[in-house]
Ligand binder design. Sequence first.
Ligand SMILES: Nc1ncnc2c1ncn2[C@@H]1O[C@H](COP(=O)(O)OP(=O)(O)OP(=O)(O)O)[C@@H](O)[C@H]1O
Ligand SMILES: [Mg+2]
Length: 497
Amino acid sequence: MTTFKEFDISEETRSAISSMGFEEATPIQAQAIPVGLSGKDLIGQAQTGTGKTTAFGIPLVEKVDIKDKNVQGIILAPTRELAVQVAEELNRIGGKKGIFTLPIYGGQDINRQIRALKNRPQIISATPGRLMDHMRRKTIRLDNIHTVVLDEADEMLNMGFIEEIEEILEAVTSEHQTMLFSATMPAKIEALARKFMKDPEMIKTKSKEMTVKNIDQHYIDVQEKQKFDLLTRLLDIQSPELAIVFGRTKKRVDELTEGLKKRGYSAEGIHGDLTQSKRDHVIRLFKEQTIDIMVATDVAARGLDITGVTHVYNFDIPQDPESYVHRIGRTGRAGKKGLSVTFVTPRELDHLRVIENVTKKKIERKSIPTYSDVIAGNKESAIEQLKSTANKDDLKEYKMVAEQLLEEVDSVTLLSAAIKLLTKEPDRTPVNLTSVAPIRVKKGKGDGNRRRSNDRKPRAGGDRKFNDRKPRDRRGKDQRPNDQRKKRNNRSRKENS
Ligand SMILES: Nc1ncnc2c1ncn2[C@@H]1O[C@H](COP(=O)(O)OP(=O)(O)OP(=O)(O)O)[C@@H](O)[C@H]1O
Ligand SMILES: [Mg+2]
Protein backbone atom coordinates (compact mmCIF):
# COMPACT_ATOMS: atom_id res chain seq x y z
CA MET A 1 0.00 0.00 0.00
CA THR A 2 1.36 3.42 -0.95
CA THR A 3 -0.04 6.61 0.54
CA PHE A 4 0.42 10.03 -1.00
CA LYS A 5 2.62 10.98 1.97
CA GLU A 6 5.33 8.76 0.56
CA PHE A 7 5.81 10.86 -2.59
CA ASP A 8 8.18 13.75 -2.68
CA ILE A 9 5.50 16.35 -3.41
CA SER A 10 4.51 19.76 -2.10
CA GLU A 11 2.25 20.22 0.91
CA GLU A 12 -0.33 22.03 -1.27
CA THR A 13 -0.59 19.12 -3.69
CA ARG A 14 -0.79 16.61 -0.85
CA SER A 15 -3.58 18.59 0.72
CA ALA A 16 -5.41 18.93 -2.63
CA ILE A 17 -5.27 15.15 -3.08
CA SER A 18 -6.62 14.64 0.39
CA SER A 19 -9.50 17.07 -0.31
CA MET A 20 -10.27 14.97 -3.37
CA GLY A 21 -10.84 12.08 -0.96
CA PHE A 22 -7.87 9.98 -2.12
CA GLU A 23 -6.02 8.18 0.65
CA GLU A 24 -4.13 5.34 -0.96
CA ALA A 25 -2.41 5.66 -4.31
CA THR A 26 -3.64 3.22 -6.94
CA PRO A 27 -0.99 0.83 -8.37
CA ILE A 28 -0.39 2.96 -11.50
CA GLN A 29 -0.08 6.07 -9.31
CA ALA A 30 2.34 4.31 -6.96
CA GLN A 31 4.56 3.34 -9.88
CA ALA A 32 4.20 6.26 -12.27
CA ILE A 33 4.30 9.26 -9.92
CA PRO A 34 7.95 8.78 -8.79
CA VAL A 35 9.08 8.24 -12.41
CA GLY A 36 7.04 11.23 -13.55
CA LEU A 37 8.58 13.38 -10.83
CA SER A 38 12.09 12.25 -11.84
CA GLY A 39 11.56 13.86 -15.25
CA LYS A 40 11.99 10.64 -17.23
CA ASP A 41 9.82 9.88 -20.25
CA LEU A 42 7.27 7.21 -19.51
CA ILE A 43 4.57 5.04 -20.99
CA GLY A 44 1.92 4.13 -18.42
CA GLN A 45 -0.56 1.39 -19.09
CA ALA A 46 -3.19 0.47 -16.54
CA GLN A 47 -6.80 -0.66 -16.67
CA THR A 48 -9.69 1.75 -17.09
CA GLY A 49 -10.81 3.73 -14.06
CA THR A 50 -7.61 3.19 -12.07
CA GLY A 51 -6.55 6.83 -11.71
CA LYS A 52 -4.20 7.51 -14.62
CA THR A 53 -5.23 11.17 -14.70
CA THR A 54 -3.81 11.78 -11.23
CA ALA A 55 -0.79 9.62 -12.11
CA PHE A 56 0.29 12.21 -14.67
CA GLY A 57 -1.49 15.14 -13.03
CA ILE A 58 0.66 15.16 -9.88
CA PRO A 59 4.08 15.18 -11.62
CA LEU A 60 2.85 17.77 -14.10
CA VAL A 61 1.54 20.12 -11.41
CA GLU A 62 4.67 19.63 -9.32
CA LYS A 63 6.90 20.61 -12.22
CA VAL A 64 5.13 23.92 -12.91
CA ASP A 65 7.05 27.02 -11.92
CA ILE A 66 4.38 29.33 -10.58
CA LYS A 67 6.48 32.42 -11.27
CA ASP A 68 6.79 31.56 -14.94
CA LYS A 69 3.84 33.00 -16.89
CA ASN A 70 4.31 30.81 -19.96
CA VAL A 71 2.39 27.69 -20.86
CA GLN A 72 4.58 24.95 -19.39
CA GLY A 73 2.60 21.77 -19.86
CA ILE A 74 0.24 20.42 -22.50
CA ILE A 75 -2.06 17.45 -22.28
CA LEU A 76 -3.54 16.13 -25.50
CA ALA A 77 -6.80 14.19 -25.45
CA PRO A 78 -8.75 12.64 -28.34
CA THR A 79 -12.16 14.15 -27.55
CA ARG A 80 -13.46 17.49 -26.36
CA GLU A 81 -15.32 16.10 -23.36
CA LEU A 82 -12.17 14.37 -22.19
CA ALA A 83 -10.06 17.52 -22.61
CA VAL A 84 -12.55 19.31 -20.35
CA GLN A 85 -12.66 16.53 -17.76
CA VAL A 86 -8.88 16.30 -17.56
CA ALA A 87 -8.63 20.08 -17.12
CA GLU A 88 -11.12 19.88 -14.25
CA GLU A 89 -9.10 17.17 -12.51
CA LEU A 90 -5.85 19.10 -13.01
CA ASN A 91 -7.48 22.20 -11.54
CA ARG A 92 -8.43 20.20 -8.47
CA ILE A 93 -4.88 18.90 -8.11
CA GLY A 94 -3.11 22.18 -8.88
CA GLY A 95 -5.62 24.69 -7.54
CA LYS A 96 -4.00 25.06 -4.12
CA LYS A 97 -0.66 25.87 -5.73
CA GLY A 98 -2.39 28.50 -7.89
CA ILE A 99 -1.90 26.47 -11.05
CA PHE A 100 -4.49 26.96 -13.71
CA THR A 101 -5.27 24.46 -16.46
CA LEU A 102 -7.31 25.69 -19.43
CA PRO A 103 -9.25 23.34 -21.71
CA ILE A 104 -8.91 24.20 -25.41
CA TYR A 105 -11.11 22.30 -27.83
CA GLY A 106 -13.02 22.54 -31.08
CA GLY A 107 -16.64 23.58 -31.25
CA GLN A 108 -16.13 26.39 -28.76
CA ASP A 109 -15.79 30.04 -29.79
CA ILE A 110 -12.10 30.59 -30.49
CA ASN A 111 -12.23 34.24 -29.38
CA ARG A 112 -13.51 33.16 -26.03
CA GLN A 113 -10.52 30.84 -25.76
CA ILE A 114 -8.17 33.63 -26.79
CA ARG A 115 -9.58 35.79 -24.00
CA ALA A 116 -9.23 32.93 -21.50
CA LEU A 117 -5.59 32.50 -22.57
CA LYS A 118 -4.94 36.03 -21.31
CA ASN A 119 -5.36 34.62 -17.79
CA ARG A 120 -2.04 32.88 -18.42
CA PRO A 121 -2.80 29.21 -17.81
CA GLN A 122 0.34 27.25 -17.01
CA ILE A 123 -1.18 24.04 -18.39
CA ILE A 124 -3.38 23.47 -21.42
CA SER A 125 -5.57 20.40 -21.90
CA ALA A 126 -6.40 20.29 -25.58
CA THR A 127 -7.73 18.38 -28.51
CA PRO A 128 -5.09 18.37 -31.26
CA GLY A 129 -6.98 20.20 -34.03
CA ARG A 130 -7.87 23.24 -31.95
CA LEU A 131 -4.42 23.43 -30.40
CA MET A 132 -2.95 23.57 -33.90
CA ASP A 133 -5.37 26.31 -34.78
CA HIS A 134 -4.02 28.37 -31.86
CA MET A 135 -0.43 27.54 -32.81
CA ARG A 136 -1.05 28.92 -36.31
CA ARG A 137 -2.63 32.06 -34.92
CA LYS A 138 0.27 32.32 -32.48
CA THR A 139 -2.19 32.59 -29.61
CA ILE A 140 -0.46 29.62 -27.97
CA ARG A 141 3.31 29.24 -28.04
CA LEU A 142 4.94 25.96 -27.22
CA ASP A 143 8.51 27.10 -26.74
CA ASN A 144 8.52 26.90 -22.96
CA ILE A 145 6.84 23.53 -22.60
CA HIS A 146 8.58 21.16 -20.20
CA THR A 147 5.95 18.42 -20.14
CA VAL A 148 3.80 16.82 -22.82
CA VAL A 149 1.16 14.26 -21.88
CA LEU A 150 -0.74 12.14 -24.37
CA ASP A 151 -3.80 10.82 -22.62
CA GLU A 152 -5.34 7.87 -24.48
CA ALA A 153 -1.96 7.69 -26.20
CA ASP A 154 -2.77 4.77 -28.51
CA GLU A 155 -5.79 6.62 -29.83
CA MET A 156 -3.75 9.79 -30.24
CA LEU A 157 -1.08 7.94 -32.21
CA ASN A 158 -3.56 6.20 -34.42
CA MET A 159 -3.82 7.23 -38.01
CA GLY A 160 -6.63 9.71 -37.46
CA PHE A 161 -4.41 11.87 -35.26
CA ILE A 162 -0.83 11.00 -36.02
CA GLU A 163 -0.13 13.92 -38.33
CA GLU A 164 -1.37 16.49 -35.82
CA ILE A 165 0.53 14.86 -33.01
CA GLU A 166 3.74 14.87 -35.02
CA GLU A 167 3.28 18.51 -35.90
CA ILE A 168 2.57 19.50 -32.29
CA LEU A 169 5.51 17.53 -30.93
CA GLU A 170 7.81 19.08 -33.51
CA ALA A 171 6.67 22.53 -32.39
CA VAL A 172 7.75 21.81 -28.81
CA THR A 173 11.34 22.84 -29.30
CA SER A 174 12.27 23.10 -25.63
CA GLU A 175 13.73 20.24 -23.62
CA HIS A 176 10.72 18.30 -22.40
CA GLN A 177 9.43 15.19 -20.72
CA THR A 178 6.83 13.11 -22.57
CA MET A 179 4.32 10.91 -20.76
CA LEU A 180 1.92 8.56 -22.51
CA PHE A 181 -1.03 6.91 -20.82
CA SER A 182 -3.75 4.50 -21.85
CA ALA A 183 -5.51 1.33 -20.77
CA THR A 184 -4.54 -0.23 -24.11
CA MET A 185 -1.24 -0.12 -25.93
CA PRO A 186 -1.09 -2.33 -29.02
CA ALA A 187 2.52 -3.35 -29.76
CA LYS A 188 2.72 -1.45 -33.04
CA ILE A 189 1.58 1.75 -31.41
CA GLU A 190 4.04 1.31 -28.59
CA ALA A 191 6.85 0.95 -31.12
CA LEU A 192 5.67 4.11 -32.85
CA ALA A 193 5.44 5.94 -29.52
CA ARG A 194 9.06 5.21 -28.74
CA LYS A 195 10.10 7.32 -31.74
CA PHE A 196 8.77 10.37 -29.94
CA MET A 197 10.41 9.56 -26.64
CA LYS A 198 13.80 9.40 -24.99
CA ASP A 199 14.39 5.94 -23.58
CA PRO A 200 10.96 5.79 -21.95
CA GLU A 201 10.29 3.78 -18.85
CA MET A 202 7.48 1.29 -19.45
CA ILE A 203 5.07 1.04 -16.55
CA LYS A 204 2.43 -1.62 -16.82
CA THR A 205 0.46 -2.62 -13.78
CA LYS A 206 0.50 -6.35 -13.30
CA SER A 207 -2.62 -8.13 -14.40
CA LYS A 208 -3.35 -10.83 -16.89
CA GLU A 209 -6.55 -9.30 -18.14
CA MET A 210 -6.92 -5.98 -19.90
CA THR A 211 -10.21 -5.23 -18.17
CA VAL A 212 -10.91 -4.70 -14.47
CA LYS A 213 -12.23 -7.56 -12.38
CA ASN A 214 -15.10 -5.54 -10.97
CA ILE A 215 -16.92 -5.42 -14.31
CA ASP A 216 -19.10 -8.49 -14.92
CA GLN A 217 -18.91 -9.04 -18.64
CA HIS A 218 -21.84 -10.69 -20.40
CA TYR A 219 -22.83 -11.25 -23.99
CA ILE A 220 -26.10 -12.28 -25.57
CA ASP A 221 -26.42 -14.03 -28.89
CA VAL A 222 -29.28 -12.20 -30.62
CA GLN A 223 -30.68 -11.59 -34.09
CA GLU A 224 -30.27 -8.06 -35.39
CA LYS A 225 -34.05 -7.52 -35.48
CA GLN A 226 -34.49 -8.53 -31.85
CA LYS A 227 -31.85 -6.24 -30.43
CA PHE A 228 -34.09 -3.33 -29.52
CA ASP A 229 -36.62 -5.42 -27.60
CA LEU A 230 -33.73 -7.11 -25.86
CA LEU A 231 -32.31 -3.74 -24.82
CA THR A 232 -35.57 -2.54 -23.29
CA ARG A 233 -36.09 -5.88 -21.55
CA LEU A 234 -32.66 -5.63 -19.99
CA LEU A 235 -33.23 -2.03 -18.95
CA ASP A 236 -36.46 -3.09 -17.20
CA ILE A 237 -34.90 -6.08 -15.49
CA GLN A 238 -31.56 -4.57 -14.52
CA SER A 239 -32.78 -1.03 -13.66
CA PRO A 240 -29.40 0.64 -14.10
CA GLU A 241 -28.67 3.74 -12.07
CA LEU A 242 -26.99 5.22 -15.15
CA ALA A 243 -26.39 3.33 -18.39
CA ILE A 244 -24.44 4.01 -21.55
CA VAL A 245 -25.67 2.33 -24.72
CA PHE A 246 -23.07 2.22 -27.48
CA GLY A 247 -24.18 2.14 -31.09
CA ARG A 248 -21.95 1.92 -34.14
CA THR A 249 -22.93 5.00 -36.13
CA LYS A 250 -24.41 8.44 -35.57
CA LYS A 251 -27.58 7.43 -37.35
CA ARG A 252 -27.82 4.37 -35.15
CA VAL A 253 -27.44 6.51 -32.04
CA ASP A 254 -30.18 8.88 -33.24
CA GLU A 255 -32.55 6.01 -34.01
CA LEU A 256 -31.87 4.26 -30.72
CA THR A 257 -32.41 7.44 -28.74
CA GLU A 258 -35.72 8.12 -30.48
CA GLY A 259 -36.81 4.51 -29.95
CA LEU A 260 -36.00 4.59 -26.26
CA LYS A 261 -37.87 7.87 -25.84
CA LYS A 262 -40.89 6.40 -27.65
CA ARG A 263 -40.96 3.60 -25.11
CA GLY A 264 -40.80 6.03 -22.23
CA TYR A 265 -37.15 5.90 -21.19
CA SER A 266 -35.25 9.07 -20.38
CA ALA A 267 -32.44 8.90 -22.89
CA GLU A 268 -30.32 11.31 -24.93
CA GLY A 269 -27.76 10.67 -27.62
CA ILE A 270 -24.23 11.97 -28.12
CA HIS A 271 -22.10 11.84 -31.26
CA GLY A 272 -19.78 13.91 -33.41
CA ASP A 273 -22.47 15.50 -35.61
CA LEU A 274 -24.14 17.33 -32.74
CA THR A 275 -23.23 20.89 -31.85
CA GLN A 276 -20.84 21.23 -28.95
CA SER A 277 -23.49 22.93 -26.86
CA LYS A 278 -25.82 19.96 -27.40
CA ARG A 279 -22.98 17.55 -26.50
CA ASP A 280 -22.24 19.52 -23.33
CA HIS A 281 -25.93 19.61 -22.47
CA VAL A 282 -26.31 15.82 -22.82
CA ILE A 283 -23.24 15.15 -20.66
CA ARG A 284 -24.56 17.56 -18.03
CA LEU A 285 -28.04 15.96 -17.95
CA PHE A 286 -26.43 12.54 -17.61
CA LYS A 287 -24.01 13.57 -14.89
CA GLU A 288 -26.74 15.13 -12.81
CA GLN A 289 -28.91 12.04 -13.47
CA THR A 290 -31.74 14.00 -15.11
CA ILE A 291 -31.55 11.36 -17.82
CA ASP A 292 -30.42 7.87 -16.98
CA ILE A 293 -29.47 6.53 -20.38
CA MET A 294 -26.85 8.05 -22.65
CA VAL A 295 -26.71 6.57 -26.14
CA ALA A 296 -23.31 7.15 -27.73
CA THR A 297 -20.89 6.39 -30.50
CA ASP A 298 -17.28 5.68 -29.63
CA VAL A 299 -16.87 9.43 -29.08
CA ALA A 300 -17.83 8.63 -25.45
CA ALA A 301 -15.75 5.44 -25.21
CA ARG A 302 -12.49 6.87 -23.93
CA GLY A 303 -11.60 8.36 -20.60
CA LEU A 304 -14.97 9.72 -19.48
CA ASP A 305 -15.41 9.35 -15.74
CA ILE A 306 -19.07 9.65 -14.79
CA THR A 307 -20.07 8.58 -11.30
CA GLY A 308 -23.05 6.25 -11.16
CA VAL A 309 -22.64 4.45 -14.48
CA THR A 310 -23.59 0.94 -13.44
CA HIS A 311 -24.26 -0.57 -16.88
CA VAL A 312 -22.73 -0.45 -20.35
CA TYR A 313 -24.66 -1.99 -23.23
CA ASN A 314 -22.84 -2.65 -26.49
CA PHE A 315 -25.93 -2.55 -28.67
CA ASP A 316 -23.52 -3.09 -31.56
CA ILE A 317 -20.37 -5.08 -30.92
CA PRO A 318 -17.35 -2.76 -31.05
CA GLN A 319 -15.12 -2.76 -34.09
CA ASP A 320 -11.96 -3.76 -32.24
CA PRO A 321 -10.85 -5.12 -28.86
CA GLU A 322 -9.41 -1.80 -27.70
CA SER A 323 -12.73 -0.10 -28.25
CA TYR A 324 -14.40 -2.88 -26.24
CA VAL A 325 -12.00 -2.34 -23.33
CA HIS A 326 -12.59 1.41 -23.26
CA ARG A 327 -16.36 1.25 -23.77
CA ILE A 328 -17.00 -1.19 -20.94
CA GLY A 329 -14.50 0.73 -18.81
CA ARG A 330 -17.03 3.57 -18.43
CA THR A 331 -18.41 1.44 -15.61
CA GLY A 332 -16.64 -0.37 -12.76
CA ARG A 333 -14.42 2.64 -12.01
CA ALA A 334 -12.41 3.36 -8.86
CA GLY A 335 -13.26 -0.04 -7.38
CA LYS A 336 -17.02 0.14 -7.95
CA LYS A 337 -18.99 -2.74 -9.45
CA GLY A 338 -20.27 -2.62 -13.02
CA LEU A 339 -21.95 -4.78 -15.64
CA SER A 340 -21.46 -4.82 -19.39
CA VAL A 341 -23.67 -6.61 -21.88
CA THR A 342 -22.58 -7.01 -25.49
CA PHE A 343 -25.15 -7.89 -28.16
CA VAL A 344 -23.68 -10.31 -30.68
CA THR A 345 -25.46 -11.40 -33.85
CA PRO A 346 -24.74 -14.99 -34.94
CA ARG A 347 -22.29 -13.96 -37.66
CA GLU A 348 -20.35 -11.81 -35.16
CA LEU A 349 -19.50 -14.64 -32.78
CA ASP A 350 -16.02 -15.02 -34.31
CA HIS A 351 -15.41 -11.35 -33.71
CA LEU A 352 -16.38 -11.78 -30.08
CA ARG A 353 -13.74 -14.53 -29.79
CA VAL A 354 -11.12 -12.13 -31.14
CA ILE A 355 -12.07 -9.66 -28.41
CA GLU A 356 -11.82 -12.39 -25.77
CA ASN A 357 -8.40 -13.45 -27.05
CA VAL A 358 -6.96 -9.97 -27.02
CA THR A 359 -8.42 -8.98 -23.65
CA LYS A 360 -7.60 -12.42 -22.18
CA LYS A 361 -11.00 -12.54 -20.58
CA LYS A 362 -13.86 -14.90 -21.17
CA ILE A 363 -17.14 -13.07 -21.66
CA GLU A 364 -20.02 -14.93 -20.07
CA ARG A 365 -22.89 -16.01 -22.31
CA LYS A 366 -26.40 -15.17 -21.16
CA SER A 367 -29.70 -15.98 -22.79
CA ILE A 368 -32.39 -13.55 -23.86
CA PRO A 369 -34.64 -12.85 -20.89
CA THR A 370 -38.22 -14.03 -21.25
CA TYR A 371 -41.40 -12.02 -20.91
CA SER A 372 -41.92 -13.39 -17.40
CA ASP A 373 -38.36 -12.32 -16.44
CA VAL A 374 -39.36 -8.79 -17.46
CA ILE A 375 -42.54 -8.92 -15.42
CA ALA A 376 -40.54 -10.22 -12.45
CA GLY A 377 -38.07 -7.33 -12.92
CA ASN A 378 -40.87 -4.79 -13.12
CA LYS A 379 -42.48 -6.26 -10.01
CA GLU A 380 -39.17 -5.87 -8.23
CA SER A 381 -39.02 -2.18 -9.25
CA ALA A 382 -42.61 -1.68 -8.09
CA ILE A 383 -41.74 -3.10 -4.68
CA GLU A 384 -38.64 -0.91 -4.45
CA GLN A 385 -40.76 2.10 -5.34
CA LEU A 386 -43.30 1.25 -2.62
CA LYS A 387 -40.58 0.71 0.00
CA SER A 388 -38.73 3.90 -0.74
CA THR A 389 -41.97 5.94 -0.72
CA ALA A 390 -42.86 4.35 2.62
CA ASN A 391 -39.46 5.32 4.03
CA LYS A 392 -39.04 8.78 2.61
CA ASP A 393 -42.32 10.49 1.85
CA ASP A 394 -44.75 12.21 4.14
CA LEU A 395 -47.86 10.02 3.93
CA LYS A 396 -49.99 11.70 6.58
CA GLU A 397 -52.83 12.67 4.24
CA TYR A 398 -53.10 9.10 2.90
CA LYS A 399 -53.13 7.33 6.23
CA MET A 400 -56.76 7.98 7.08
CA VAL A 401 -58.00 6.55 3.74
CA ALA A 402 -55.66 3.60 4.23
CA GLU A 403 -57.14 2.85 7.62
CA GLN A 404 -60.67 3.02 6.21
CA LEU A 405 -59.65 0.67 3.39
CA LEU A 406 -58.20 -1.80 5.87
CA GLU A 407 -61.60 -2.12 7.47
CA GLU A 408 -62.94 -3.42 4.14
CA VAL A 409 -60.02 -5.47 2.73
CA ASP A 410 -57.19 -7.25 4.52
CA SER A 411 -53.71 -5.74 4.34
CA VAL A 412 -52.06 -8.49 2.25
CA THR A 413 -54.74 -8.28 -0.44
CA LEU A 414 -54.53 -4.51 -0.48
CA LEU A 415 -50.76 -4.48 -0.81
CA SER A 416 -50.88 -7.13 -3.53
CA ALA A 417 -53.28 -4.91 -5.48
CA ALA A 418 -50.94 -1.94 -5.07
CA ILE A 419 -47.97 -3.98 -6.34
CA LYS A 420 -50.02 -5.26 -9.26
CA LEU A 421 -51.04 -1.75 -10.24
CA LEU A 422 -47.47 -0.47 -9.99
CA THR A 423 -45.98 -3.35 -11.99
CA LYS A 424 -45.54 -2.02 -15.51
CA GLU A 425 -46.39 -4.11 -18.54
CA PRO A 426 -43.47 -3.98 -20.96
CA ASP A 427 -43.97 -1.16 -23.44
CA ARG A 428 -44.27 -2.65 -26.92
CA THR A 429 -44.52 0.52 -28.97
CA PRO A 430 -43.10 -0.56 -32.35
CA VAL A 431 -39.60 0.73 -33.04
CA ASN A 432 -37.92 0.12 -36.37
CA LEU A 433 -34.18 0.55 -36.69
CA THR A 434 -32.28 0.57 -39.94
CA SER A 435 -30.38 -2.70 -39.79
CA VAL A 436 -26.59 -2.71 -39.96
CA ALA A 437 -24.24 -5.26 -41.47
CA PRO A 438 -22.47 -7.57 -39.02
CA ILE A 439 -18.83 -6.97 -38.19
CA ARG A 440 -16.76 -9.80 -39.59
CA VAL A 441 -13.29 -10.96 -38.72
CA LYS A 442 -10.96 -10.34 -41.61
CA LYS A 443 -9.22 -13.54 -42.64
CA GLY A 444 -5.65 -13.85 -41.42
CA LYS A 445 -5.80 -10.68 -39.41
CA GLY A 446 -7.72 -11.82 -36.43
CA ASP A 447 -5.17 -10.52 -33.97
CA GLY A 448 -7.31 -7.64 -32.90
CA ASN A 449 -4.79 -5.14 -34.18
CA ARG A 450 -6.03 -5.08 -37.68
CA ARG A 451 -6.77 -1.38 -37.79
CA ARG A 452 -3.75 -0.43 -35.82
CA SER A 453 -1.29 -0.44 -38.65
CA ASN A 454 1.12 2.43 -38.59
CA ASP A 455 1.41 2.93 -42.28
CA ARG A 456 0.15 6.27 -43.41
CA LYS A 457 -3.15 5.29 -44.89
CA PRO A 458 -6.23 6.43 -43.03
CA ARG A 459 -7.42 3.71 -40.73
CA ALA A 460 -10.86 2.32 -41.24
CA GLY A 461 -11.76 2.05 -37.59
CA GLY A 462 -10.33 5.37 -36.62
CA ASP A 463 -12.23 7.41 -39.12
CA ARG A 464 -15.30 5.51 -38.18
CA LYS A 465 -14.74 6.24 -34.56
CA PHE A 466 -14.85 9.94 -34.79
CA ASN A 467 -16.66 10.37 -38.04
CA ASP A 468 -18.84 7.43 -37.20
CA ARG A 469 -18.57 6.43 -40.80
CA LYS A 470 -21.10 3.76 -41.55
CA PRO A 471 -19.39 0.42 -42.00
CA ARG A 472 -21.43 0.00 -45.16
CA ASP A 473 -18.67 0.95 -47.51
CA ARG A 474 -17.28 -2.49 -47.68
CA ARG A 475 -14.67 -1.67 -50.26
CA GLY A 476 -11.17 -1.99 -48.88
CA LYS A 477 -9.73 1.31 -47.74
CA ASP A 478 -7.31 1.30 -50.63
CA GLN A 479 -10.13 0.96 -53.10
CA ARG A 480 -11.84 4.16 -52.05
CA PRO A 481 -11.09 7.30 -54.03
CA ASN A 482 -8.28 9.36 -52.57
CA ASP A 483 -10.17 12.61 -52.22
CA GLN A 484 -12.95 10.78 -50.39
CA ARG A 485 -10.44 9.54 -47.84
CA LYS A 486 -9.03 12.96 -47.37
CA LYS A 487 -12.42 14.54 -46.91
CA ARG A 488 -13.33 12.04 -44.25
CA ASN A 489 -10.13 12.65 -42.40
CA ASN A 490 -10.54 16.39 -42.44
CA ARG A 491 -14.10 16.17 -41.31
CA SER A 492 -13.10 13.94 -38.49
CA ARG A 493 -10.62 16.51 -37.23
CA LYS A 494 -12.99 19.42 -37.50
CA GLU A 495 -15.70 17.61 -35.65
CA ASN A 496 -13.74 16.46 -32.75
CA SER A 497 -10.92 18.74 -32.00
N1 LIG B 1 -5.99 7.23 -5.33
C1 LIG B 1 -7.29 7.24 -5.57
N2 LIG B 1 -8.17 6.84 -4.64
C2 LIG B 1 -9.51 6.85 -4.90
N3 LIG B 1 -10.06 7.24 -6.06
C3 LIG B 1 -9.23 7.64 -7.03
C4 LIG B 1 -7.81 7.65 -6.85
N4 LIG B 1 -7.25 8.12 -7.98
C5 LIG B 1 -8.26 8.36 -8.85
N5 LIG B 1 -9.45 8.08 -8.29
C6 LIG B 1 -10.78 8.21 -8.92
O1 LIG B 1 -10.91 7.13 -9.82
C7 LIG B 1 -11.72 7.49 -10.94
C8 LIG B 1 -11.03 7.09 -12.23
O2 LIG B 1 -9.87 7.86 -12.44
P1 LIG B 1 -9.35 8.23 -13.91
O3 LIG B 1 -10.43 8.87 -14.70
O4 LIG B 1 -8.08 8.97 -13.76
O5 LIG B 1 -9.09 6.76 -14.49
P2 LIG B 1 -8.25 6.32 -15.77
O6 LIG B 1 -7.28 5.31 -15.33
O7 LIG B 1 -7.74 7.51 -16.48
O8 LIG B 1 -9.38 5.58 -16.63
P3 LIG B 1 -9.58 5.54 -18.25
O9 LIG B 1 -8.62 4.50 -18.76
O10 LIG B 1 -10.99 5.12 -18.42
O11 LIG B 1 -9.29 6.89 -18.76
C9 LIG B 1 -11.94 8.99 -10.82
O12 LIG B 1 -13.26 9.22 -10.37
C10 LIG B 1 -10.93 9.45 -9.79
O13 LIG B 1 -11.40 10.55 -9.06
MG1 LIG C 1 -8.13 8.41 -18.25
